[in-house]
Ligand binder design. Structure first.
Ligand code: FES
Length: 71
């Protein structure tokens, strides 16, 4: 299974990471701007991991408990 986006907003993790880096947005600011993580919430650990590591495509399930809280 390939996981590369917030399905609720159809926004790729690559676009989220790029936006965070180019505009210096925090997770909360990204949630407000894009809506990622504010729908079903299943993308939240993926978004956090993508922001932390820069990896934007996942082939494994990542749970909330797998990721440290956002800084
Ligand atoms: S997949 Fe991102 S909020 Fe549902």
């Amino acid at each position: 299974m390939r996981i590369d986006r917030c399905v609720c907003t159809d926004t790729t993790l690559a676009d989220i990471v790029a936006m965070a880096r180019t505009e210096g947005l925090s997770l909360t600011q990204l949630e407000d701007r894009v809506g990622c993580g504010t729908g079903c919430g299943l993308c939240r650990p993926y978004v956090r991991r993508a922001l932390r590591t820069g990896v934007t495509v996942f082939n494994q399930i990542v749970h909330e408990a797998d990721e440290p809280p956002a800084a």
